[in-house]
Write a protein that binds this ligand. Structure first.
Ligand SMILES: Cc1cc2nc3c(=O)[nH]c(=O)nc-3n(C[C@H](O)[C@H](O)[C@H](O)COP(=O)(O)O)c2cc1C
Length: 320
């Protein structure tokens, strides 16, 4: 499949996840077969003020392509300027956030609240498309609430304004992350546009991905939470479609090896002090399902150095 002129190999993309899907994690997911990866959402206003912390989010590693940089905001001109600014970081795709449910983001006019203003959605895509030469995608939800599931309309408007693909998280903003994925809305979006549609929500294995694609006709899926502590999920999904062999889920020992490499890369990228702070959350995801996970989790939350981390990993190995 292609998004604009960007070739996508693989059946699943990594979802944008603020505070988690940083360049180290994205690189790992590409290694495990993610079709493409998406940056954490980046504020267009933050970019316009050259906010240092905001700009840091734009850094991509050379081993994480294809990669989309996701921006959010509600002002077409600021969004266009931000999109143009991101080009020096060499993303393959610009993604526009029209699905974030966070009150802070919605109060500023960005994220899912844009779905209440279809005309503005079109203006934003149009403004961004005018200034970038790379594909532009839009990530939406089912709608703001169940009374107005307008994803198909928003998708059509975005397509008419030049969007190259649409991702649909099949829940309303009102639903936040509560159970209840609406396959039918993805199907309706797919029927309303002629650009690729990426289905998103609650995919946690190859069979889930296959089921969503089968039932909705979407072109690929996007995986968020199920990739946390399980970056191999992308190989698992690709393998499910290829059907060349049965995918062997990594053993506890293999999972620990992946975790160690991941945490070492975090520390390499961000330095040991900040790296270990970032690492704690990932470690708790990796050890989910391990024997005595609860007691290891409380230790993980206090790890400060790589030395402590290696000792911690040894303890887990000895407990298996
Ligand atoms: C911690 C966290 C951070 C997220 N950050 C973003 C974000 O920055 N931009 C965005 O469009 N969606 C964001 N999302 C939503 C995910 O991209 C995805 O749509 C959602 O988690 C549903 O997919 P899943 O069921 O596979 O997790 C975030 C989700 C989580 C759990």
């Amino acid at each position: 499949m292609k998004i604009g002129n960007v070739k996508i190999n693989g059946f699943a993309a990594l979802a944008p996840m603020a505070g988690i899907a940083d360049k180290t994690f994205r690189e790992l997911c590409v290694k495990f077969g993610a079709g493409y990866v998406t940056s954490e959402m980046v504020s267009s206003r933050g970019i316009s003020f050259y906010n240092e912390k905001t700009i840091e989010l734009l850094e991509l590693s050379k081993n994480e392509h294809p990669c989309a940089i996701q921006i959010f905001g509600d002002d077409p001109e600021t969004m266009a300027k931000a999109a143009y600014f991101t080009l020096k970081y060499k993303p393959d795709i610009i993604d526009i956030n029209m699905g974030c449910p966070a009150p802070k983001v919605n109060k500023s006019g960005g994220g899912a609240i844009l779905m209440k203003s279809p005309e503005l959605c079109g203006k934003i895509v149009d403004a961004v498309k005018k200034v970038v030469h790379i594909p532009v995608t839009v990530k939406i939800r089912k709608g703001w609430d169940n009374a107005n599931p307008n994803a198909p309309l928003i998708a059509k408007i975005c397509e008419c304004s030049g969007a190259d693909a649409i991702t649909v998280h099949a829940r309303t903003r009102e639903q936040m992350y509560k159970p209840g994925i609406d396959f039918d809305i993805i199907k309706k979006v797919k029927e309303s546009v002629n650009i690729p549609v990426i289905g998103n929500g609650d995919i946690s294995c190859g069979a889930d991905a296959h089921n969503m694609m089968n039932k909705t006709g979407c072109d690929m899926v996007m995986v968020g939470r199920a990739a946390l502590g399980r970056p191999w999920i992308f190989s698992e999904i690709n393998n499910f479609f290829d059907q060349k062999s049965k995918y062997k889920i990594p053993s506890f020992e293999e999972k620990l090896k992946i975790m160690v490499l991941h945490i070492e890369s975090i520390c390499q990228n961000y330095g040991e002090k900040l790296g270990m702070l970032k690492a704690r959350r990932h470690i708790t995801y990796y050890i989910k399902g391990f024997p005595s996970a609860a007691s290891f989790r409380s230790i993980a939350c206090k790890l400060e150095t790589l030395k402590q981390f290696y000792e911690f990993a040894d303890k887990i190995v000895n407990s298996l």
